[in-house]
Design a binder for this molecule. Structure first.
Ligand SMILES: Cc1ncc(COP(=O)(O)O)c(C=O)c1O
Length: 352
């Protein structure tokens, strides 16, 4: 797995340029490699962490605590205590029980209410398990205040790989109504967290992915609906790290079955292609051979039939030791690989 630093920097700069009023907090779940985190620390990024382990990692690598958001609405008591001790004060919640836990173990924390928003046509739906209904938002924020917490704002996530800008525009409209209601009732809020979801192309010439166009519509909506005093943050994961990754695999065996060539690679769904399962991702498989292409199957190395990568890859005929590679695979790939299934390990990571 090759991770290109130049691409990490490029994506960070693209984000900053296209969304100048939004401060990014890189969601390290997409790829927690220390060199990736370090690169974003140097660029001045903030960080979104989902657990105390992730939190300690970004702090160890130099992120200041005030640039960290604990953006998991369900945190264990131990993790909340760890956040207090590490002076990470900004966290999300979406239910009352969490507020009681936070107020007891991290009194005075700054909390953002995560609301449920449309994830229409996003590849990974992130509102099935999290997010409070918008119509109880003010009540939840007032409850936070009554428990001695500091309700600072609202967060949402439109779902990962969201090519549909309407999700953001609508979520911003709902959020602006919540901020207005809160202000009118003496509870001014100052932060809006627009989450992640920013899409990247996984295929050459893929249509429907235009980050800059999407960002300009988001930026306009922000200007239109919100007071200048409101601070905007985001939690990009895939957009920051996906384009940096190139996975290089090798054919370890081949056969002919079901009327097509089957090629077995030295990496599969239990390793760096785990995104096929958990990220619902489809990849473009490329080879170094030229010539006529045939409909072929690609499979991983384990004994599980489920470890199949594609049944309809259009590729030239391949031989043992040939290379098959995939671009734009830096996010949700090695991050969710298991270490040793069947004795096969995820690829070595080279940061260049
Ligand atoms: C709370 C939260 N923030 C940010 C992200 C990153 O999203 P993405 O990689 O789509 O930008 C996720 C992804 O699961 C998430 O759950």
């Amino acid at each position: 797995m090759i991770l290109r630093k130049s691409q990490l920097i490029k994506q960070y700069r693209r984000f900053r340029k296209a969304l100048p009023s939004v401060t990014p907090f890189y969601a390290i779940k997409a790829n927690p490699h220390p060199k990736v985190i370090k690169t974003f620390v140097r660029l001045g990024s903030g960080f979104d962490v989902a657990s105390a382990v992730e939190m300690h990692e970004v702090l160890r690598l130099g992120a200041p605590p005030e640039k960290v958001i604990f953006a998991n609405t369900i945190k264990s008591i131990e993790d909340i205590i760890a956040a207090r001790k590490a002076r990470v004060r900004l966290m999300t919640f979406d239910n009352e029980s969490e507020l009681y836990k936070i107020s007891e173990h991290c009194p005075g924390a700054q909390v953002l209410l995560r609301i449920k928003v449309d994830n229409d046509r996003s590849v990974v739906n992130l509102s099935l398990k999290f997010g409070a209904d918008a119509d109880i938002a003010f009540l939840m924020l007032r409850k936070a205040k009554s428990l001695g917490l500091v309700p600072v704002g609202v967060s949402f996530h439109v779902g990962s790989q969201s090519k549909n800008v309407e999700n953001y525009l609508q979520a911003l409209e709902i959020t602006s109504n919540i901020l207005n209601e809160a202000e009118e009732n003496g509870l001014p809020l100052k932060i809006v967290d627009i989450g992640g979801g920013f899409p990247i192309p996984h295929f050459d010439g893929e249509i429907g992915v235009n980050f800059e166009r999407m960002a300009s519509q988001i930026q306009k909506q922000i200007k239109l609906l919100f007071d200048k005093k409101v601070t905007f943050i985001a939690e990009p994961g895939r957009f920051f790290v996906g384009p940096a990754g190139i996975l290089v695999t090798q054919v370890v065996g081949r056969t002919f079955r079901n009327n097509k060539n089957y090629y077995y690679l030295n990496d599969g769904v239990y390793q760096d292609f785990s995104g096929i399962v958990f990220d619902h991702c489809k990849y473009e498989f490329k080879t170094l051979r030229r010539g006529q292409k045939f409909l072929s199957a690609l499979a991983g190395p384990t004994c599980d039939s489920f470890d199949t990568l594609s049944l309809d890859a259009e590729i030239p005929e391949l031989y043992v030791h040939d290379t098959v590679y995939v671009k734009n695979i830096g996010a949700y790939s090695s991050a969710s690989a298991v270490p040793n299934f069947n004795g096969f390990h995820p690829a070595e990571i080279l940061v260049v």
